[in-house]
Ligand binder design. Sequence first.
Ligand code: FAD
Ligand code: UDP
Length: 405
Amino acid sequence: MAAAASAAQPSAGGAPATEGTKAKPSCAGYDWLIVGAGFAGAVLAERIASQRGERVVVVDRRDHIGGNAYDHLDAAGVLIHRYGPHIFHTNSEQIFSYLSRFTGWRPYEHRVLAEVKSPATGETMQVPMPINLDTINRLYGLSLTEDDVESWLASRAEQVDQVRTSEDVVVGKVGRELYELFFRGYTRKQWALDPSELDKSVTARVPTRTNRDDRYFTDRFQAMPAEGYTAMFRRILDHPLITVCTGMPFEDARRRFAFRRLVWTGPVDEYFGFRFGKLPYRSLRFRHETLDREWALPTGTVNHPDEATPFTRVSEYKWMTGQTHPKTSVTYEYPSAEGDPYYPIPRPENAALYKRYEALADAEADTWFVGRLATYRYYNMDQVVGQALATFERIQKTVPREAAN
Ligand code: FAD
Ligand code: UDP
């Protein structure tokens, strides 16, 4: 592995400690360097240290652990998510019980309203999203039943022979009017692409319902870490064989530490020096605001799908965290081409470019690529945890354990 071969001996002492990190003296080499202290990196560090007894150094160029799930108290003392609202949900008992070793949970089912103009009256209203029976009845002033609404939607749905794109998925289910109201503008803002240019998997994340279920997710397990994500990450990484250095990019870490094996959770194209060109990622700018009142929104998130509003959604954390506080904090999300890479962009040409990087990644000795950016997959947190646990199983089968040093 090129990275390990050129690695210099480490000097004593980690980077200065910042929130959520531990600076431990490091005067020997490491078995593993893990780049990225998000879900992918933290889970692998924990597994490798606790199950293999090997020494791990985790570095992150940000000044904190937790990756995009990082949360902290803002100036007013309200717990907020620096990189936008993160709601945990999974159908996997294995993933939920693994994380439960490091956190208690607060049951929480996320609910979202979309602010739209009724096509019937022109009135602006906030209605349940995903589209459900109540959404239709309120928008059109109807009193359809669950049985009625299926045929009502079927009569508006367009015939789509092959569902390929994010437009096909929606117009094939609810027709063009509802597609334009709820999906077209939001998607064009979020991705700077028309839904017809995006893989079907993107809008398929948001189903259409004919019942009155107004939860955003229907997974078996839906809960927030009781003391927040950062507290959970602190516990995941709290192991005598794990050293954490925040504020440290890979380039510094590879010079500073000797290591035998590498886990990379950053962007895969960056690792390979953008050899085949840049993989497209979409970014966001977050506007965090604290309001001098107890509550701001009628629910955890309000979506603004119209193209004229520059942000896509606004979220209020106290719904999710259950925190009691006389003030409240909200975050607006403004999609952007510039900034940290948050979203891989699912479309065929990007998948083809990723395949070329994946082939390089597969051939890279003693190096594992894990997580949303390293495998260019639009994964939720639980999927990243699942991928990290599966990677660990592969490591167990294929990598001989280091003798204790
Ligand atoms: P990350 O969390 O991105 O961690 C990678 C880390 O690697 C970063 O901290 C980065 O600084 C570091 N890094 C990269 N390159 C280098 C380098 N060269 N040197 C050093 N460090 C480096 N999922 C859900 O399940 N529910 C949600 O509600 C949800 N909401 C989301 C909202 C937004 C706005 C976004 C953007 C994502 C959301 N997600 C949600 C997805 C979730 O954030 C990801 O699935 C998860 O955080 C990915 O973990 P990861 O470890 O793969 O990557
Ligand atoms: N989407 C939309 N309107 C909405 C909500 C979602 O068009 O009101 C589309 C949009 O393309 C978005 C995708 O569905 O990017 C997935 O939505 P989700 O809420 O899962 O996005 P995330 O939380 O990952 O940003």
